[in-house]
Design a protein around this ligand. Sequence first.
Ligand code: AMP
Ligand code: ZN
Length: 477
Amino acid sequence: MEDRLQMYNTLTRSIERFVPNVPGKVAMYTCGPTVYHFAHIGNLRSYIQEDVLEKTLRYLGYDVKRVMNITDVGHLSDDGDNGEDKMVKGAQREHKTVMEIAKFYTDAFFEDCRKLNIKTPDVVEPATGCIPEFIHMIEVLLEKGYAYQAGENVYFDTSKLKEYYVLTNHSEDSLLEGVRDDVDVDPNKRNKNDFVLWFTKSKFEDQALKWDSPWGVGYPGWHIECSCISMKHLGEYMDIHCGGVDNIFPHHTNEIAQSESYLGHKWCNYWFHVNHLNDRNGKMSKSKGATLTVSVVEENGYDPLVYRMFCLQSHYRKPLEFSYEVMDQVKSAYEKLRRRISGMAANAAGEVDSEAFAQFRRQFEDALCNDLNTASAITVLYDVLKADIPDATKVALAKSFDEVLSLDLTKPLPEAEGSGADGELTAWVEEMIAKRAEAKKAKDFATADAIRAELAARGVQIKDTREGVVWELISQS
Ligand code: AMP
Ligand code: ZN
């Protein structure tokens, strides 16, 4: 098969053609959630875009194996080695055990994913299930001289690497300032960027989960889990590693440091990072008070798939600001789209035009192959709906595109509320109105009039207003 996908690689800071290690097969890893609270819709933006990447690869014909961890131990509140353990904090907040918290929020995360049509990765592995693997990797790093013990913790020694900042533009100087501000510098570290592989004696006396290890009873640092879990299921060579942009430093930088030191060769070729969703006040954060979750979006009257479409209409590498005004626009567009397609589906008899199908499918793939341009891919869908091709072909294309977009495009609509008409009729009328608008645009007034007459024959009266066409059911035929 031809490798057509072009995508941005954080490692090389450029758009590259994606070529997997093994032709036709993709080994893909995603940093999973830290399950101490509900995921906010920012977190879920990352998972939606990673889902689109996985589904695009499958659509293009690759055999994808995708692995995700669940962080249920070791993630501290400042992403470095300072602060409190997020899981322990969650357990204290809710007067539960860490494992109860982990189970509750893992289930909640997958429920949110289900609502957003995010496919569950092929393998999902909680960090607490892989402690022996972590210990083994740390032992090897110690043997090879990449790690050291100090103050009863085990640290990775970043001074042993030729290049540490492979993923970032960071220079030693720019980081020094940050370190100078940091009042909580760990005196055991030989170099400022060294990070903990295994905690034993630490300031977190209340750490609930502890395991025996060659260095004493303790628990792993955060970064080691993703290196070990990915290698356990995907082997020594990985094609794509994903996460949000905040993961680039220090998490992914440290993952590369320890994985490549352990393996002795390059580990992962492509790094895919999704930019942040922000609210008006800036970065969204799970630890801030009011969290914008999928449930909040639903309580405000939006189908979670409206949020999925909201995300797909912008590019994953650009920051995105959440607003209910834009959500309203997307909601209206989404509902129209669903009604239109379901109106067609109700009346689409006949054969699919295979030539037109192949041509539009290619256009859709081209949009996605252009660094996952989902907004253009959606435009191709609108082009299909406008095209002069049989309805059966349009419906078949919508169904096909939905393998990637996952917007339930061809799912039957629930009954329309309050219009007095059933959902199927509403969808059909919307579809006829859209066809009439196209005919009028093409100055094909005969067709436009015929459509009006067909609607009237079914008891539907339409009126052209400045706000668009409005319709009314005056008699049931
Ligand atoms: P966490 O549960 O904190 O480990 O984060 C889960 C995923 O969400 C990671 O891939 C983060 O990089 C990503 N993430 C965190 N905040 C945001 C945000 N505001 N917008 C998009 N992705 C985010
Ligand atoms: Zn990770």
